[in-house]
Ligand binder design. Structure first.
Ligand SMILES: [Zn+2]
Length: 413
C-alpha cells in the first residue's frame, strides 16, 4: 500500500517541475538531463592480497538519459560487504563524467568486499576478492609507504617511527612530535629475522617507511596526518594491515602477542615496556595495580583472567617481560629491579591502546621502547652488532614469555 501510494506522488512532482521549467517559453521545453546510469568501465572485479590496494582503481562513468556524460556528479562510495575500505567516500565525476576510485581488499583471505557507488537512486557496484598473503613476502601499499611482511607465528610487530622517506608532496606536520626513532625500521627486520632463525617461522611485520615529519602512525589520524590525503591513506593502510595481521594470528592460533616497536632517547638506559600504565600508576603499590580500574586500562588486561596471574605480576613480577629481558642483560622498566620509572617514561601510545586486547580479543601486547645503547654505535659494538644481539635476545624472551604465560610453544630450541 505504501508503494502504490508513493508512485503517483513522484509523478506529480515530476509534472510540477516540468511545468516550472517552461513558464516563459512558447516551444516545448527540452527535457532536463538527469543522471540515469552509473557505469563501471573497468576495475569492477579485482583481486588483491589481504589488506592491499587493488591493482587498478574502479573507473566509473555517470550518464544521463541521453547517454551523455554527467560532469561534477557527486557520488557516495561505500563498502557494503566485507572488510575492504575505499579511499574517497565522496568522490565527484570529472569533466568527462568519469572518476576513478582506489580501494582495498578486506582482511580475510577468500572473501569478497563490495563497493557500492550511489547518486540518489542510481547505483553501481564493484567487487574485490582478498587473496591469501604469502608468508615472508614483502607487500607494499600505495607508493610503497607501508610494507606488510606476513608471517605464521602468533606475533605481530609494527614499526611506526623508523621511516626515512620524505616525499615533497606531503607537507611536514606542523604540530605534535616529529622526531624519528632512529634505526627502529632496521631493528624491526632484525627482530623478525631472529624469530625465523630461532623457530623457522616469521612474525607478521608492518613497517611505515614515511618519516615521522610526514606521518605519525602512532597517533589518531588528525594529529597523525594533519589533513593531508596521501598521509591519511598511508595511515589507514598501516592500521588496516595491522588488523589484517592480528586477525590472521587469531584465526591461525587463537591468541598471540602484539609488539609496537619504538626507540626512546631518555637518559636512563633501559627498555621501556608500555602497557598503557603511566608513571603515576606505576608508582602505586602492586595491590593497587591489581585493582580492576588499573586492569581495565592495561594493554595486558585480558591476560589477567587468561593466565590467572595478577596484573602487577604480569607487568613487573618475576614472570614479566621486564624480568625476562633483564635476565638477558637488558635493563627494563617496569621489572622486578625497576618497578617504577626513574625518569621520563613512555607508557604506550595510540597503537598499543588500539591494537592490544582490542574488543576483549586474546591478542594483547605492549609498546617496546628500545634505548639508545641498543640502537647506536657504542664502545662495545656497532649499532648493527648491538641490534643483532638484541634481536636474538628478544626472540628468546618473547618465546619464553608466551610459553610461560599462555602455554604457546614457538618451536625454538
Ligand atoms: Zn616512537
Amino acid at each position: 500500500m505504501h508503494i502504490s501510494a508513493h508512485r503517483p506522488v513522484s509523478l506529480f512532482l515530476l509534472v510540477l517541475s516540468a511545468a516550472a521549467g517552461c513558464s516563459s517559453g512558447t516551444t516545448a521545453p527540452a527535457e532536463d538531463a538527469v543522471l540515469t546510469t552509473l557505469e563501471i568501465i573497468s576495475g569492477g572485479a579485482q583481486e588483491a592480497v589481504v589488506g592491499a590496494p587493488f591493482p587498478e582503481g574502479v573507473r566509473v562513468r555517470a550518464l544521463d538519459q541521453f547517454g551523455n556524460p554527467v560532469a561534477g556528479q557527486a557520488l557516495e562510495a561505500r563498502v557494503t560487504e566485507g572488510s575492504g575500505w575505499v579511499v574517497d567516500p565522496s568522490p565527484e565525476t570529472g569533466a568527462n563524467g568519469e572518476v576513478t576510485l582506489a580501494w582495498y581488499a578486506g582482511r580475510t583471505p577468500g572473501t569478497a568486499s563490495t563497493l557500492r557507488l550511489r547518486a540518489g537512486q542510481v547505483t553501481a557496484t564493484a567487487s574485490g576478492n582478498a587473496l591469501p598473503a604469502t608468508p615472508g613476502t614483502s607487500h607494499r601499499g600505495h607508493r610503497n609507504f607501508v610494507e606488510y611482511i606476513p608471517g605464521t607465528l602468533p606475533i605481530v610487530i609494527t614499526a611506526p617511527h623508523g621511516g626515512r622517506e620524505t616525499p615533497s608532496d606531503i607537507p611536514d606536520r606542523t604540530w605534535g612530535t616529529t622526531v624519528m626513532d632512529t634505526n627502529t625500521d632496521e631493528l624491526a627486520y632484525l627482530l623478525a629475522d631472529a624469530f625465523e632463525a630461532r623457530t623457522g617461522e616469521r612474525p607478521h611485520l608492518v613497517v611505515l617507511h614515511l618519516r615521522r615529519t610526514k606521518l605519525d602512525a602512532n597517533r589518531a589520524i588528525q594529529e597523525a596526518a594533519q589533513g593531508n590525503p596521501t598521509a591519511e591513506r598511508a595511515w589507514r593502510e598501516f592500521h588496516h594491515w595491522t588488523e589484517t595481521a592480528l586477525e590472521r594470528v587469531e584465526a591461525d592460533h587463537g591468541e598471540g602477542i602484539y609488539i609496537d616497536l619504538h626507540g626512546h632517547g631518555h637518559e636512563f638506559q633501559a627498555l621501556e615496556l608500555g602497557y598503557m600504565i603511566t608513571t603515576a600508576d606505576l608508582n602505586r603499590s602492586d595491590a593497587e595495580l591489581d585493582e580492576s580500574w588499573a586492569v581495565e586500562k592495561s594493554a595486558l588486561r585480558s591476560w589477567v583472567a587468561r593466565t590467572g596471574r595478577s596484573h602487577s605480576e604480569l607487568i613487573r613480577g618475576e614472570t614479566s617481560l621486564g624480568a625476562l629481558f633483564e635476565a638477558e642483560g637488558y635493563p627494563s622498566v617496569p621489572s622486578p629491579l625497576n618497578p617504577t620509572p626513574p625518569g621520563a617514561f613512555f607508557s604506550g601510545g595510540y597503537n598499543t591502546g588500539r591494537h592490544s586486547c582490542r574488543g576483549g580479543e586474546p591478542i594483547c601486547g605492549f609498546q617496546l621502547e628500545v634505548n639508545q645503547d641498543v640502537r647506536f654505535n657504542r664502545p662495545w659494538g656497532t649499532a648493527a652488532e648491538n641490534m643483532a644481539a638484541f634481536a636474538e635476545a628478544h626472540a628468546r624472551v618473547i618465546e619464553a614469555f608466551l610459553q610461560l604465560q599462555l602455554g604457546i610453544a614457538l618451536g625454538g630450541d
